[in-house]
Design a protein around this ligand. Structure first.
Ligand code: E4P
Length: 218
């Protein structure tokens, strides 16, 4: 399972990229708005920092408008992936972009039938939003598992991108379910690496090392 970072903040992207675990970035209009910078310039900077795919979302709600935005965004860098909402106009734009050889991430997926449509429209990625499904008292991981199983049985080429992940347990569960990609906020990367026994173990090793050095010095 590849790991993407769900942010438009370049400092956060640079930090996690240095860990050597980053396969790509997803952005959305909400995340972009938090940065307060020109969107195209922001995507260009992110694409230069990261080798993997960078999702940039359109905001038009009609197919022609989406295609116009998509073509401009795709021209920014080779690793731009066009993010489209899972609505009829988004599916039509996805089909056209797929024919044009432009890669897509069909987002705001909340059901298996929606995911099937995205796959049939030629999406490169489809993004089920696990956390938002959990928020309305449904089971996000069950939805992800169902989509992964359908894609496996049907042999769909579209990659399943688990999105809206709220914690490390979500990431582990997405991996068990067979997601191709998980996109997570910076906070979740930090939560994933942290363990109290790692901290306590390191503290103990360093204290023992100091004692050993003092013993050598007599
Ligand atoms: C994915 O591409 C979305 O940007 C993101 O995962 C949404 O997460 P949220 O539900 O925490 O806003």
């Amino acid at each position: 399972m590849k790991l993407f970072l769900d942010t438009a903040n370049l400092d956060e992207i640079t930090e996690i990229n240095r860990w050597g675990v980053l396969d790509g970035v997803t952005t959305n209009p909400t995340l972009a708005g938090k940065e307060g910078k020109d969107f195209a310039a922001m995507i260009k900077d992110i694409c230069a920092e990261v080798d993997g795919d960078v999702s940039a979302e359109v905001v038009s709600t009609d197919t022609d408008g989406m295609l116009e935005e998509a073509n401009k965004l795709a021209a920014i860098a080779d690793n731009v992936v066009i993010k489209l909402p899972l609505i009829p106009a988004g599916l039509a734009a996805c089909s056209q972009l797929s024919r044009d050889g432009i890669r897509t991430n069909v987002t705001l997926c909340f059901s298996a039938p929606q995911a099937i449509l995205a796959a049939r429209a030629g999406a490169t990625y489809v993004s089920p939003f696990l956390g938002r499904v959990d928020d309305i008292a449904n089971d996000g991981i069950a939805l992800l598992s169902e989509i992964c199983e359908i894609f496996r049985v049907q042999g769909y080429a579209t990659e399943v991108l688990a999105a809206s992940l709220r914690g490390p347990q979500h990431v582990a569960q997405a991996a068990v379910a067979g997601a191709d990609v998980a996109t997570l906020p910076t906070k979740v990367f930090h939560q994933m690496v942290s363990h109290p026994l790692t901290d306590a173990g390191l503290e103990r090793f360093l204290a023992d090392w100091d004692a050993y050095q003092q013993q050598l010095r007599g």
